[in-house]
Design a protein around this ligand. Structure first.
Ligand code: SF4
Length: 170
C-alpha cells in the first residue's frame, strides 16, 4: 500500500519544541503567537509544539529538542521548574531581555533598603519570591539568546533555522 503525502509527513522527524514563560510581561509569547498567523502551516510541518500553555492544554514536558524560555527567574518554584525544563530538553534558548539579561523584570534587585516600604515588603512576606531576580543563565545552562524587548524577530528566525538544520529537518 502506498503512503499518502500526509502519512509520510506525519512520520517525518520534527523539531520538538516547548515554549515557557516566567517572570515577565509575556510580550514575546504574544509576538510568537502573532508570527503563527503567517508561519503556522510552514512550522507545523517541521515542528511539534509539545509544550505551549499559550496554545493548548495538553502539554508534555518530555524529550524536547529545544525549549524556548521567556522571562526572569524570581522564585524558588520557578528555579525548580526551569531546572526541570533543562533536564528534559536537549537545547535551551533564552527569549527576550528578561531571560537574557534579567531586566526589566529584575528591576527590584536595584531597590535600596529605604525603597522597601511596607507595601513592597508585604509582597515579599506573602509570596514565594527569591531575594534576587535572576536571568536564565544564572540558574541553568543556556545554549542561545534571542535578546530584545520583546525578542528580536530576525534573531528568532535564525535560531529556529539553526536548530532545524542541526536536527537535519527540512
Ligand atoms: S523582555 Fe521586555 S517584552 Fe520580554 S518579557 Fe521582558 S519586559 Fe516583556
Amino acid at each position: 500500500m502506498f503512503e499518502s503525502n500526509k502519512d509520510s509527513q506525519d512520520k517525518k522527524k520534527k523539531l520538538v519544541i516547548g515554549w515557557f514563560s516566567f517572570t515577565c510581561c509575556e510580550d514575546s509569547t504574544i509576538l510568537f503567537t502573532e508570527l503563527l498567523n503567517d508561519h503556522y502551516d510552514e512550522w507545523t510541518k517541521v515542528m511539534e509544539f509539545r509544550h505551549i500553555h499559550a496554545l493548548k492544554t495538553d502539554n508534555k514536558l518530555e524529550d524536547l529538542d529545544v525549549a524556548f524560555i521567556e522571562g526572569a527567574v524570581s522564585s524558588p518554584t520557578q528555579e525548580k521548574e526551569v531546572i526541570e525544563i533543562r533536564q528534559n530538553s536537549k537545547y535551551v534558548v533564552a527569549i527576550g531581555s528578561c531571560a537574557c539579561n534579567g531586566l526589566p523584570s529584575a528591576s527590584r534587585n536595584e531597590f535600596a533598603d529605604e525603597d522597601l516600604n511596607e507595601k513592597i515588603q508585604w509582597y515579599f512576606d506573602n509570596f514565594d519570591y527569591s531575594k534576587k531576580v535572576r536571568k536564565l543563565d544564572d540558574v541553568i545552562k543556556v545554549d542561545d539568546n534571542v535578546d530584545g524587548c520583546p525578542m528580536n524577530v530576525d534573531t528568532f528566525f535564525s535560531v529556529v533555522k539553526k536548530y532545524l538544520d542541526l536536527f537535519e529537518i527540512t
